[in-house]
Design a protein around this ligand. Sequence first.
Ligand SMILES: Cc1cc2nc3c(=O)[nH]c(=O)nc-3n(C[C@H](O)[C@H](O)[C@H](O)COP(=O)(O)O)c2cc1C
Length: 342
Amino acid sequence: MSTLLSDLGADLPLIAAPMAGGPSTPELVTAAARAGGLGFLAGGYKTAQALAGQVHTTRAEGVSFGVNLFVPNPLPASREAYARYAREVQGEADRYGLTLPEEPIEDDDHRTDKIDLLTSSPVPWVSFTFGIPDRAVVSALRRAGSTVLQCVTSADEARRAADAGVDALIVQAPAAGRHSATLTPERPPVQVSLPDLIAGVRSAVALPLIATGGITTATDVAGALGAGAQAAMVGTVLLRTHESGASAPHKAALADPAFDTTVVTRAFIGRPARALRNHFTDRYDALAPAGYPALHHLTSPLRKAATAAADTRLIHLWAGTGHRQAKAESIADTFAHLADQL
Ligand SMILES: Cc1cc2nc3c(=O)[nH]c(=O)nc-3n(C[C@H](O)[C@H](O)[C@H](O)COP(=O)(O)O)c2cc1C
């Protein structure tokens, strides 16, 4: 067992990935810790106040946990491309009586407030995705007592994260559900297997590594550890668990034979993210320009309305390639299956 996890009292090298937008509840993170692993709260898309509430609730359970934040790595949409795409998508929104934002909304996801929250009220682990924070931010969090982790998708990104002074890396393979952590979201993620990616990063940097992306079975966990990772981080396989806050239509679609493949698309948020293939990805993937967070804000009201109406043609059904392994069971049961070959 690695010191990275055992220092926080974990018995299993298993980590519940941060999953913004609902799935990562304090209940899920607490259950992951009680099942012998660790979990991350998802700070993305929340105000600092909302995140503070979740931190407070989880801390009160007396478990160790991490918090994940987005680092802005803006991919501005051109006004014309945005307007063209907004007109297309508005056709779907009309059926819900919604008016989508006509102008691109660019924001930094309340970044400074959330960093201030985590330096003044530190949590054991803080992880970053989308961009690499400045050295000064990394140092401030480390001084406050947090272990700082960076999500990377290549050996080159790993070197850059190491230069910023982080303590450990989360190495994400392209099989992962939802957000690709790539630092170059204007390009599709490079296809590489998780073990090959771990080996490549291992030869580039000496930091402890956590593997993620497409890990859904005990064999996958053993493979990731065998390739040199100290722990396996899982997202998709937890989406249908009792403790997951994923929406009911999302949970149902993950097990529905009608949704049999995943695609990497920027149709929903303007940067690459993996979801179950549905009407929205089929119709809009080729039309969607790069543009984050503008496309996230554009489609957000439509996705919310579609979720409330259980309209799976339009919902962002985030999923990794291993979605068929996601079971409606407790996290403790899922972790027990995943730990079967350890
Ligand atoms: C629904 C969902 C939401 C996610 N949200 C985040 C997030 O907020 N921050 C982040 O760093 N990664 C996010 N991810 C990616 C996970 O951290 C992780 O890399 C991925 O789930 C691993 O691949 P897997 O889904 O095949 O297990 C999300 C993944 C899913 C499925």
